[in-house]
Design a protein around this ligand. Sequence first.
Ligand SMILES: Cc1cc2nc3c(=O)[nH]c(=O)nc-3n(C[C@H](O)[C@H](O)[C@H](O)COP(=O)(O)O)c2cc1C
Ligand SMILES: C=C(O[C@@H]1CC(C(=O)O)=C[C@@H](OP(=O)(O)O)[C@H]1O)C(=O)O
Length: 388
Amino acid sequence: MRYVTAGESHGPELVAIVEDVPAGLKVSAEQIDYDLSRRQSGYGRGGRMTIERDHARIVSGVRFGRTLGSPVALVVENRDWVNWTERMAADGQPPADLKREVTPRPGHADLVGALRTNTDDCRDILERASARETAARVAAAGIAREFLAELGVEIYSYVVSVGDVAMKEASPADAASYNPMAIETSEMRCPDAAATEAMKQAINRARRAGESLGGTFRVVATGLVPGLGTYAQAKGRLTGQLGAALFSIPAIKGVEFGLGFEAAQLPGSQVHDPILLAGAGFDRASNNAGGLEGGMTSGLPLVVTAAMKPIPTLMTPLSTVNLETLAPEEASKERSDVCAVPAAAVVAEAEVAFVLASAYQEAFGGTCMADIRRNLEQYKGRLRAFAR
Ligand SMILES: Cc1cc2nc3c(=O)[nH]c(=O)nc-3n(C[C@H](O)[C@H](O)[C@H](O)COP(=O)(O)O)c2cc1C
Ligand SMILES: C=C(O[C@@H]1CC(C(=O)O)=C[C@@H](OP(=O)(O)O)[C@H]1O)C(=O)O
C-alpha cells in the first residue's frame, strides 16, 4: 500500500491517491476525519488552524463503504484558498502588486528550493514544502489504519518532550501502557498532566520571545505478529523502512527504536530482551528493542521515538540575504506555528501505518481482505504450533 500526494498549502485542495488497496476493506470517512482533526490540534499551533476544518472527501476506489481494489483518491479542501485565489492562480499572469518572497527563512526549504528550481520567488517552494501537505498523508493513512485495525493492529502516539520540558518515564517500554484517553484529552498529546502544563508554559514563553520549539514524541503499534519484514535484503528491513518513513516528515531530525541511542551506552545484558516461553508462544522479559529484531517485528509493541527540530519561522527572525538585492536582511515573518510536535506525532502515526500495512500485505497477500485474513490466521496457527 503506497500513497502519493499533490497540492499546495494555499491552493484549492490537497489530493492523495492510495495504491495497492485490497478489495473488501471497510472504510469509515468519520474515522479519517477524526484523525485529521487530531492532526490539527495541539497547543502552539498558529492562526491557520483556526481557518481549516479538515475533511476527507473520498472520490474513488470505495463503494458502499468498502474498497473496490482500485486506487483510492481523497481530497482535502484548503479553506484558506479563498484568501489566495489571485496569488495562487493556476493560470493567467501574476497580479501587478504580487509580493514575491525573497528573504528565505533559515531552516525552511526556501533558499535551497529556490536554488534547486531557479525561481525568484520562494513562495514557489514553500507552498509545497509546507507541512500542510501532511494533512493529505493523514487522510491517505486512514485506509492503511483501517486495514491494520481489521488485522488487530492499533497505532497511537504521544509527546514526550517540548524544548527542555520532558515527561518522566522509567523506560520507553512504558509507551505501551498509557491510557489513550489521557493522550487524546491532553492539549499536548502527553499522558502526563503536569508535563502537559509545563509544555504549554514553555510554548507561551517561546511565543512571547518570538521563538519556536521542537520536541520528541513516540509512536506505538500494538497487536503486531512476529516476523513482519525481513533480515534477508536491505530494503526489506522494517527498521530502515520505518526510519525513512519518519524522516520523510518535515522537521524530523532523529529516529530511535526502543531504548534507542541509550542502548549504545549500556552492556548487552542490560539491553537485549530475554526470551521466555509463555502461554501458547514466546514472550520477552522486556522490550528494549522497541519491537524490532533483525529488521523484523518481534511481536512486542513497536516503540519508535522521533525528534522534531524547532519551527523555522521566527517572529524574532534570524538574518538572511535578500535574493533580489543581495543585501543582508531579516528572514520573512509568515503566520506560523510556534510548536507543532503533537501534530507531527499524528503524521508519524500515518507514516508508520503505511509501512506496517505494506509489511502485512507482503506477508499475507494484497488482493482481497478475505484472503489476507485467512492467510494471517494460518500463520498465527503455525506460530502456536511452533511453541508446542
Ligand atoms: C505539522 C507540522 C507543522 C509545521 N508548521 C510549521 C510552521 O507553521 N512554520 C514553519 O516555518 N515550519 C513549520 N513546520 C516545519 C517545516 O515544514 C519544515 O521545517 C520545513 O519543511 C523544512 O523541512 P526540514 O525541516 O525537513 O528541513 C511544520 C512541520 C510539521 C510537521
Ligand atoms: C497548514 C498547516 O501547517 C502549516 C505548515 C507550515 C509550514 O511552513 O510547514 C506553515 C503554516 O501555514 P500558513 O503559512 O498557512 O500559516 C502552518 O499552518 C497544516 O498543518 O495544516
